[in-house]
Unconditional design. Structure first.
Length: 401
C-alpha cells in the first residue's frame, strides 16, 4: 500500500533534500519524490520507504505520514476530521500521544484551542471504540500527531520518526550554539563536498560538521544508532526493518586523513573527540587547538573549508573580554580574512552565518550567497573562491617625501 509523506527540513535545503530522497529511492522501486514546498518535500511510497528515509536521510527533520486532508471553516470541522480517522489501525489506546500544530494564513484565532480539538478528536475516537482514551505525554510520547493549516485546508500527519531526525543518537556534549546535524549535512551537500575531497573546519566547536562528513565517508547511515516511532506502529514489520537496516555496508576505512578540524578552545577539541567516538568513527580526524586567525592548510592539495564562525561572546573564548563584542568581531574577522587571502589560495571557503555583513568584515567578495534559516534565524552560506595570486597584498611602497 502506498502512502503520502511530507519530509520537513531546514528552510533553504529543500532542493538538497529532494536530491537526497531521489538517491534513497534507488534502494527500492516504490518511493516517488514529488514537489518541493517551503520547508520540505512531498513524496510517496510504502511503509518500508518510510523506514528507509528515516534510516538514511541526513537532511530531513522528520518523515510525516499523511493521515487525512480536508477543507475547514472552523475548529469543529477539524475535530470532525480527526474523529473520523482510523487511528486504532496505527496505534492502540495504551500508547501516549502528543499533538502539534502549525499554520500559515489560517483565519482561526487560537492555535492552542485548535490543537486541543485535534487531541479531543483522536481521544474521542478511542473512547467511542474502547471506552478509554490515550494519555497525553508532551515530553516523550509514543506517537506524535501533526496538524497543518493554511487559509482553507487542514492536513493531519502521523510522525514516523519520533524524536527529530537531527538527533542522531551520538551527541552527548555540545558547545554554546551547536549546529543541528541535518543542517550541517545539508551545508556539506550544498558546498559540494564529497568523500575524497579535503574538508577543513577551523572553528569546529563540538564537531558537528566534521562528524556528519566522517559518517558520510564511513558509510554510516545517520539513523543507525537510534530508535524510531514507526517501531511502535501496529503495522510495523520487524523482519522488513531489520533487512533494511542490515542491508548497508560500511565503506573501507581511509588510509590517509582527509577531514580536519581546529578550534580556539581545548574543551571543544576534547568534546569533538568524544563525539567522534560516540558516532562510531574508527579512523583519524586530526584536530588541533589553535586560533582561527593562525591556521594553515592541513594538506598541500586545496580543498573545501566549511565552518560556522562564532559570534558575539563566542569570539572571546580566550580573547580580551574587556573589548566590546562588536570590536572583537571586527578584529577577528579582519585577521581571519587576511589568513584566507595569504594561506588558502585555491581553496573553496564556505562560511555559514547569521551576520549578513560577514563578507565586508573579512574584506572578501563572495562568489555566491545562499539563504537559509537556522530555526527562525535568517542565515547565509557565503562562498569565497580563493584564487591563487588574486588576493596577494600589494608590496609596501616607500613614502613620498
Amino acid at each position: 500500500m502506498s502512502h503520502s509523506y511530507f519530509c520537513p527540513c531546514p528552510r533553504g535545503l529543500e532542493a538538497a533534500l529532494a536530491e537526497e530522497l531521489g538517491e534513497i529511492a534507488q534502494h527500492g522501486k516504490t518511493l516517488q519524490v514529488h514537489n518541493q514546498v517551503p520547508g520540505g518535500v512531498h513524496c510517496s511510497g510504502t511503509l518500508a520507504d518510510a523506514y528507509r528515509i528515516n534510516l538514511h536521510s541526513r537532511i530531513a527533520s522528520r518523515v510525516l505520514l499523511r493521515i487525512a486532508q480536508g477543507s475547514y471553516v472552523n475548529e469543529n470541522d477539524i475535530y470532525d476530521l480527526a474523529l473520523a480517522q482510523p487511528w486504532e489501525e496505527w496505534f492502540d489506546v495504551n500508547h501516549t500521544i502528543r499533538v502539534d500544530l502549525t499554520a500559515i494564513k489560517s483565519p482561526l484565532k487560537s492555535l492552542e484551542f485548535t490543537t486541543l480539538k485535534i487531541k479531543d478528536g483522536v481521544c474521542d475516537r478511542f473512547r467511542d471504540l474502547y471506552s478509554k482514551r490515550p494519555s497525553v505525554n508532551t515530553r516523550t510520547p509514543d506517537m506524535r500527531i501533526f496538524g497543518f493549516l493554511d487559509a482553507r485546508n487542514f492536513t493531519l500527519y502521523l510522525d514516523t520518526s519520533g524524536e527529530a531526525l537531527f538527533k542522531r543518537g551520538w551527541r552527548q556534549e555540545t558547545g554554546d550554539a551547536p549546529l543541528r546535524e541535518n543542517l550541517a549535512a545539508g551545508l556539506l551537500r550544498v558546498a559540494g563536498w564529497k568523500p575524497g575531497t579535503v574538508l577543513f573546519d577551523p572553528m569546529c566547536g563540538s564537531g558537528t560538521i566534521l562528524i556528519e562528513a566522517a559518517q558520510i565517508l564511513a558509510g554510516i547511515p545517520p539513523g543507525a544508532r537510534r530508535r524510531f516511532a514507526f517501531e511502535k506502529f501496529l503495522a510495523f514489520k520487524q523482519d522488513e526493518w531489520l533487512a533494511i537496516k542490515g542491508s548497508f555496508k560500511p565503506n573501507p576505512l581511509p588510509t590517509e586523513p582527509s577531514i580536519f578540524g581546529s578550534d580556539i578552545s581545548g574543551d571543544m577539541i576534547a568534546m569533538t573527540r568524544n563525539n567522534l567516538l560516540n558516532a562510531g568513527i574508527q579512523f583519524e580526524v586530526p584536530l588541533k587547538q589553535i586560533e582561527a586567525q593562525e591556521v594553515k592548510p592541513p594538506t598541500d592539495a586545496p580543498g573545501i573549508m566549511l565552518t560556522n564562525p562564532p559570534y558575539g561572546e563566542r569570539i572571546g573564548v580566550r580573547g580580551d573580554r574587556s573589548q566590546p563584542a562588536d570590536e572583537m568581531a571586527t578584529a577577528f574577522y579582519s585577521a581571519f580574512g587576511t589568513t584566507l587571502k595569504q594561506r588558502f589560495a585555491g581553496w573553496k571557503v564556505f562560511l555559514f552565518t547569521a551576520d549578513l555583513s560577514l563578507p565586508k568584515l573579512v574584506r572578501l567578495k563572495e562568489s555566491r550567497k545562499t539563504p537559509f534559516f537556522n530555526g527562525a534565524l535568517e542565515c547565509r552560506l557565503f562562498r569565497f573562491d580563493m584564487v591563487a595570486g588574486f588576493n596577494r597584498r600589494e608590496e609596501a611602497r616607500p613614502k613620498q617625501v
